[in-house]
Ligand binder design. Structure first.
Ligand code: 0X9
Ligand code: ZN
Length: 426
């Protein structure tokens, strides 16, 4: 792959950093994470929690995973510039911490094996380049979706629900074994957050299993599926080419910082807790609810099928959680117990990775404008955020060798959702 890219080594690259150079032109800079480390620090009481909060503010640290309570670790991305100083400060305060990733760039370099070599051979043989041994670019994923629609026209329909900010199609795959009449449906989306690569990988795996594995026919008998593997294709491409740790969309904001957090941009409790009006923040909520073409297109499509869609699953990483609304605050929907029972039944299917089930704002943190809350608010009863593997050893940079185990572990849980909604009349 030839990339005419200028390699710029920033001393401060993370997007939450106010002084970080923000790429806003078509000069496609590549961000290096050489020397950056992932630290996991565990506060044991209020004083230590407050101390860590202060450090986060002082150094404008990027948080990969929040700590909600004592003895739960917070994962922090640490620039080489601050490591010596921070080591001393944590030692002084006697806060235990662990270096999870010693050099982020090495971790990134080792994450995804080179997929270009076998590509041509694959393409000639199968008319697509998709597999689940490596993380694929949008072109490979979309090529596969087109291949499926062409090959299984009675089963698969590829619907473009709109265009991304940069003009990429926003594809939803409809999988249905009946040409007429509607069945209750399950919606699954992936790739809301650009850097959470395991999410589109799992979403495409689910599509592959439902369409190409005859044994899974029973999952289609009474239920239709809408699966959108890459909700934020601009961001996803950007993580492959320019900045592996990009999270947001890529829209122009009128400032030096681009993009909004799509999972703060949905129109329920928009702009509430756990969101930011700072355009440079990782959790920038956008200029208004549904300001991003991606969230607007998705919400329009889902709204039009709100009576049919019974389950809303949105795939993220990481942490191994099944999160139940509400996420905007520690509030519980009236039917929370039913939602929790179903999530627990699903979680009991996992063999390899243990998932924690609970209220989103309680287990993680309050964060308003999420897609799960919005789906719940329009009446989709069973709405969940899935935080896929792992629990922090690799975080977002989950090596490609994990793709198959994570997918295989997750897929059987879908049966639980199918059984729950199969008999509902829509
Ligand atoms: O913060 C998020 O958007 C999600 N976690 S992630 O690490 N993938 O970014 C959790 C969203 C949970 N749902 C709501 N807060 N509504
Ligand atoms: Zn996410």
């Amino acid at each position: 792959m030839t990339l005419l890219l200028v390699i710029v080594v920033f001393s401060c690259v993370f997007v939450a950093c106010q002084t970080a150079p923000q790429d806003q032109s078509w000069t496609e800079d590549v961000v290096s994470y050489s020397g950056f480390q992932l630290w996991s620090a565990t506060p044991r009481n209020k004083t230590e929690r407050e101390f860590l909060l202060k450090i986060r503010q002082d150094y404008e640290l990027e948080v990969w995973r929040e700590s909600r309570s004592d003895n739960r670790p917070v994962d922090l991305l640490i620039s080489p510039d601050f490591q010596t100083e921070l080591k001393l400060r944590l030692a002084d305060a006697q806060i235990p911490y662990e270096v999870k990733i010693a050099d982020m760039q090495t971790e990134i370099n080792n994450e995804n094996p080179n997929i270009t070599d076998s590509g041509t051979e694959f393409e000639n043989r199968f008319s697509h380049k998709m597999d689940w041994n490596s993380y694929h670019r949008v072109d490979d994923i979309y090529g596969y979706l087109n291949y499926l629609a062409d090959t299984y026209p009675r089963l698969v329909q590829l619907v473009s629900v709109g265009s991304s900010y940069e003009g990429r199609p926003l594809y939803v795959v409809r999988i249905s074994s009946s040409s007429s009449g509607t069945k209750p449906a399950i919606w699954i989306d992936g790739g809301i957050h650009a850097r959470e690569w395991i999410s589109p990988a799992v979403a495409t795996y689910i599509i592959q299993q439902l369409v190409e594995v005859a044994d899974n026919e029973r999952l289609l008998r009474n239920v239709d599926w809408y699966i959108m593997p890459v909700m934020n294709p601009d961001g996803y491409e950007y993580t492959h080419v320019n900045n592996r740790l990009w999270r947001k969309t890529r829209s122009m904001t009128g400032s030096r910082c681009r993009g909004a957090d799509p999972n703060r941009n949905f129109g329920y409790q928009w702009g509430g807790k756990g969101t930011s009006r700072d355009k440079c923040s990782e959790i920038y909520h956008g200029s208004n609810a549904f300001s991003e073409p991606e969230t607007r297109a998705v919400s329009n499509f889902i709204s039009g099928k709100a009576n049919q869609i019974q389950v809303y699953l949105t795939l993220h990483s990481y942490g191994q959680y099944l999160l139940i609304p509400w996420g905007y605050a520690v509030e519980y929907p009236a039917d929370y117990n039913e939602m929790r029972d179903l999530a627990k039944a699903a979680a009991s299917k996992f063999r390899r990775y243990k998932y924690t089930v609970g209220n989103s704002a309680d287990l993680l943190y309050p964060a308003a404008g999420g897609s799960d809350d919005w789906a719940k608010s329009i009446g989709i009863k069973y709405s969940y955020t899935v935080e896929l593997a792992d629990t922090g050893r690799h975080g977002f940079i989950l090596p490609a060798s994990f793709i198959q185990p994570v997918c295989e572990d997750f897929f059987p849980a879908l049966e639980v959702f199918v059984d729950k909604v199969a008999t509902i009349k829509v």
